[in-house]
Ligand binder design. Structure first.
Ligand code: ZN
Length: 428
């Protein structure tokens, strides 16, 4: 976003070297995280006009109106360039087009086509930057994401502890506060809340103060308002209870610790227990796999052990297991299967392709290319592979119990920790 601002300020700097700015950037994130605000802030920082339109405005239009409106918007933008064009809820017009064509929404399709035409048509060096926001990036038509269109993605995620504290302070400026407000404590209790929810909390607290006939907001008002807002949102958003938070902390540290203790595993870069809209309650980020082209058998085995690490930690500490490992199980299974059927890494089958991949760019489905007897053997071998790694992870974590406790407590407190913090504690 800073680069876009800089480009709008000094376009000649980019033109001289022959670089052209991406035409569009997609702001992706859960509702209430401030995507619209961010787009407005970019326009404000760059001191350029801001044109905005919401995808939902097109839904109930007469045929042909949507396309005309898009044309009109881009005509205005071209006249006022440099400027920012912001399309909110782009998924309402940019949904994947179905190939059937029967009973499709012609109006939506026409609007989308017009948008694509306009994006391809305008000259990027003039300084029209298109920002679009969505909380459903997976539903977008791939044509929108092609190079030269929205080829940049800016994740706008739920704020972490430090972020929540800062957001609370911004909104608290608008209300009269009593003395000694502990924003850190409020932010801590509001784990999983979005920026919009935090704004709502501050307002609820102010309303409560008025109800009680006071002239200022107290700590108790704010604490009470968290419950009001979160209880109201609990079904929609994932806000973890303290017990759940502790389990997720141990689970995530379990992954990270197993990864770090195996020499060939990539080091951890970030661990967080802020719930994601994807449904994950926590997240351990390892060095990007995209840059790895080759993986050794040992590395894959270590990876499987790392996937099992979360569940192992839960079992060792709480002596009970949760549903939190479902995605880990899926990933570990996929790897173990691929080792045998596609990478020729088992002694039993050697270099025989037992599975073929179809549609590599559309989900990468695999289909078995072997007899039923062999399929049965593959299943057995696969189960054995995962089990072996599970046992390895159990051994690693049992031997490093003190570190597991120390790191999990630290993560529980901080909610998001970096790889450096993690390694510092591990090596201390
Ligand atoms: Zn996990």
């Amino acid at each position: 976003m800073k680069e876009i601002v800089d480009f709008l300020h000094n376009p000649q700097k980019y033109q001289e070297i022959g670089a052209s700015m991406p035409k569009g950037a997609l702001l992706v994130g859960p509702p209430g995280t401030g995507k619209t605000l961010l787009a407005k802030a970019v326009a404000g920082e760059a001191e350029v006009p801001f044109f905005s339109i919401s995808g939902s405005e097109f839904v109930e239009m007469f045929v042909g109106m949507g396309a005309a409106k898009v044309r009109d918007l881009f005509k205005q933008a071209n006249e006022k360039a440099p400027c920012i064009v912001f399309i909110d809820e782009i998924d309402t017009i940019g949904k994947k087009r179905d190939n059937g064509g029967m009973g499709g929404n012609d109006e939506r399709e026409q609007t989308l086509n017009q948008l694509l035409t306009e994006m391809d048509g305008f000259d990027g060096s003039k300084g029209v930057v298109i920002l679009a926001a969505t909380n459903r990036p997976d539903s977008l038509d791939p044509a929108l994401l092609r190079p030269g269109r929205f080829d940049r993605r800016v994740p706008v995620e739920l704020p972490d502890l430090a972020g929540r504290e800062a957001i609370l302070k911004v909104h608290a400026k608008k209300v009269k506060l009593g003395d000694n407000i502990d924003f850190n404590a409020i932010a801590r209790a509001a784990s999983g809340a979005s920026g919009a929810e935090l704004a709502n909390m501050v307002n609820e607290a102010a309303l409560r103060a008025v109800r009680d006939g006071r002239k200022f907001v107290t700590q108790a008002d704010l604490e009470e308002s968290i419950e009001v807002v979160i209880a109201g949102y609990q079904k929609k958003n994932k806000v973890l209870s303290d017990k759940e938070k502790l389990i997720v902390s141990y689970h995530e540290i379990g992954h990270a610790l197993v990864a770090a203790l195996q020499t060939n595993s990539a080091p951890v870069t970030k661990i967080t227990i802020i719930p994601r809209t994807s449904g994950a309650l926590g997240y351990t980020m390892q060095v990007d796999e995209g840059e790895r082209n080759l993986m050794s058998k040992e590395e894959i085995e270590n990876k499987i052990a790392t996937y099992t690490g979360g569940r192992v930690a839960e079992e060792l500490i709480f002596h009970s297991i949760t549903t939190g490992a479902s995605n880990d199980i899926e990933q570990a299974t996929k790897l173990a299967r691929a080792m045998i059927t596609r990478y020729g890494m088992s002694e039993e089958f050697g270099m025989v392709a037992l599975e073929t991949v179809s549609n590599q760019y559309l989900g990468g489905d695999t289909s078995l290319a072997c007899s039923q007897d062999t399929a049965k053997e593959i299943d057995q071998k696969m189960i054995e592979t995962v089990k072996t790694q599970y046992e390895k992870a159990t051994k690693l974590l049992s031997e490093n119990m003190a570190k597991l406790h120390e790191l999990a407590k630290y993560l529980y407190e901080k909610e998001t920790i970096t790889g450096e913090e993690f390694m510092q504690i591990l090596n201390s």
